[in-house]
Ligand binder design. Structure first.
Ligand code: ATP
Ligand code: MG
Length: 592
């Protein structure tokens, strides 16, 4: 089954046998699947589904659900996972979301094969099930207004009251429902409701709505229908139609389970039939995972679109430079739980670093350049130095040539005129090693006479220092990155950071909402950065580690030869934790 096979076979091995002969513990859902397989409950079948509503893009919470549903199918012999669009609301759904969701699921590494379904394709069958319920005296047409229905529902502490239309005859119900379908009524004139119990302690069981009238075009069914089934009716029956075995959803649906089972019971769905099990949704610090809120950010222009690299969407993460492997590793790391909790975004960043550390070649890019003239280096000479792409990993092959000349640029913050003792970078009279190159010494500082700003450093280099430490045994502690002025490529660098400045963005002052917590520094654009020339060969979408700066991706949309654009995927270390704990920074900005 596609790309994921190799990985999941190994995962299966991993979950069933940790190598010491003892089975590793499975999460409660996988344990349940294993138990059902053992008991033969579904005749050895494992069929899950991932059921997005096409009213927005997928976010990392959906990725968790994908990993669970497709993961379980892959881990079990003959397991299958359906991709089903839960598309019963003509007002918010769109084909553009269908396409985006398919792209994202595929990109995450999952393959639904020929199991692509749409709840909207079941409208005829669902209608027949509704008629069955009416005929069994289990559903009725209510002509109360929306307001009356709400009022009659009661509260958590008070029972509801029965609608005056509840006792309509079977014939009248059938006739009205047929005419609802035929388009004889306006929106809201009638609804179809289940006849359960208006005093039920579970409010969802107080005669829930099954169908409503909406004279609206559906992106898939056009104007074929003007009555649309509601979630609680559609979802369980779609599961039954597709013979799903394990219907997995998030904890908010715990109360809906009674209704799920009620509909299946009363529609005459026989056992073995799908069973709903709930798990904790993913909530991530410093971001929001609700389509409604994400749509607002897009529509209000707070971000550039669904694929803005600050968005927690799959498309945003992809454009930021995150790989599907990192997302899957993160989902594995957080596991499946029965209680909701917020996940530290540091865990996601850890998974991203861990993954990019292995795949991103190291190159040099100066984000905020400061000119350095090497006064004792021949003016017209250019030396092409051998530089490994993996300087810290001798087992890994691959290198490029790095030009060195008398005029280079270093990072502005790697120079301090009056440095503290532990500053092992450039300062008047101090020496530093240039990565892959010579040791240089700062001899003179040139300033703008008006502003006093440092505009240039004049240095000398030690011609003997190219390989290994200086012969006289003197210690040079710091190594900094640099680029050669004549060959460096100008580029734009987009420094992305967390979208919100507070862990729980919904925790907003009275009368304000989550948008007040947006981080004003979530995007800093640097226009005048300089990168070494070797990256000219990388097509848009290439990943690098800019040494001492972080992991970057050449932007797949905006970057082009001659006008390079790089997105910062993640810094090398958790700078937010640093801020929080105020520990001293390692001067070299090295990854751990
Ligand atoms: P939202 O609350 O963002 O609108 P949703 O649940 O309405 O999301 P759907 O398209 O209906 O979005 O979700 C598809 C599947 O993904 C469902 O099975 C849902 O339970 C699951 N899912 C949605 N959000 C999360 C999350 N944060 N963590 C885990 N699973 C999620
Ligand atoms: Mg939903």
């Amino acid at each position: 089954m596609g790309k994921a096979t190799e990985r999941d076979r190994s995962r299966k091995k991993q979950v069933s046998d940790s190598g010491n002969g003892r089975p590793e513990s499975l999460d409660f859902i996988r344990a349940k699947v294993a138990e059902d397989l053992k008991s033969g409950r579904y005749g050895g079948r494992v069929v899950t589904r991932f059921p997005p509503e096409p009213n927005g893009y997928l976010h990392i919470g959906h990725a968790k659900s994908c990993c669970l549903n497709f993961g379980i199918a892959l881990e079990n012999e003959g397991g299958v996972c359906h991709l089903r669009f839960d598309d019963t609301n003509p007002e918010t759904e769109d084909i553009k979301y269908v396409e985006a969701i398919k792209e994202d699921v595929r990109w995450l590494g999952f393959d639904w094969g020929d199991k692509l379904f749409h709840a909207a394709d079941y409208f005829e069958q669902l209608y027949d099930y509704a008629v069955t319920l009416i005929k069994r005296g289990k559903a009725y047409v209510d002509s109360s207004s929306e307001e009356e229905i709400r009022e009659y529902r009661g509260t958590v502490t008070e029972p509801g009251r029965e609608s005056p239309y509840r006792s309509r005859s079977l014939e009248e119900n059938l006739d009205l429902f047929e005419r609802m379908r035929a388009g004889e009524f306006e929106d809201g004139e009638h609804v179809l409701r289940a006849k359960i119990d208006m005093a039920h302690p579970n409010m969802l069981m107080r005669d829930p709505l099954l169908y409503r009238i909406r004279h609206a075009s559906h992106y898939r069914r056009g104007d074929a229908w003007c009555i649309y089934p509601l979630y609680d009716f559609t979802h369980c029956l779609s599961d039954a139609i597709e013979e799903i075995t394990h219907s997995l959803c998030t904890l908010e649906f715990e109360n809906n389970r009674a209704l799920y089972d009620w509909v299946l019971d009363n529609a005459g769905i026989e056992h073995p039939r799908p069973e709903q099990t709930e798990f904790a949704r993913l909530d991530l610090d410093y971001t929001v995972l609700s389509k409604r809120k994400l749509i607002r950010l897009v529509e209000e222009g707070q971000v550039s679109g669904w694929d803005d690299p600050r968005m927690p969407t799959v498309a945003g993460l992809r454009r930021r430079g995150v790989t599907p492997e990192a997302i899957r590793a993160f989902c594995d790391m957080i596991g499946i739980d029965k209680v909701n909790s917020r996940v530290d975004i540091g865990k996601l960043e850890y998974a991203i670093r861990n993954d990019l550390n292995r795949r991103a070649p190291r190159v040099l890019c100066v984000l905020r350049p400061l000119k350095v003239v090497i006064t004792n280096y021949p003016e017209d000479e250019v030396e092409w130095l051998d530089a490994s792409y993996w300087p810290r990993d001798i087992a890994k092959q691959g290198s490029r040539k790095l030009p060195f000349s008398c005029e280079i640029y270093v990072e502005r913050e790697d120079f301090m005129e009056d440095p503290p003792r532990k500053f092992f970078r450039l300062a008047p009279g101090r020496e530093v090693r240039l990565r892959h190159s010579y040791i240089v010494k700062c001899e003179e500082v040139v300033k703008d006479p008006e502003s006093g700003e440092v505009t240039e450093l004049r240095c000398t280099y030690d011609p003997e220092s190219l390989r290994g430490p200086p012969a006289d045994g003197r210690k040079v502690k710091g190594t900094i990155h640099w680029v050669s002025a004549a060959q460096a490529l100008p580029c734009e660098v987009r420094l992305y950071d967390r979208l919100f400045k507070t862990p729980d963005p919904d925790d907003a002052p009275e009368g304000q909402d989550f948008t007040v917590n947006l981080n004003p520094e979530s995007l800093v654009i640097l226009e005048g950065s300089l990168v070494e020339p070797s990256v000219a060969d990388g097509p848009p979408g290439t990943r690098y580690q800019f040494e001492r700066q972080g992991y970057f991706l050449s932007d797949p949309v905006d970057s082009r030869p001659g006008a390079l654009v790089f997105n910062r995927t993640v810094t090398l270390r958790d700078t937010w934790a640093k801020i929080a704990s105020k520990t001293e920074q390692d001067d070299q900005g090295r990854p751990t």
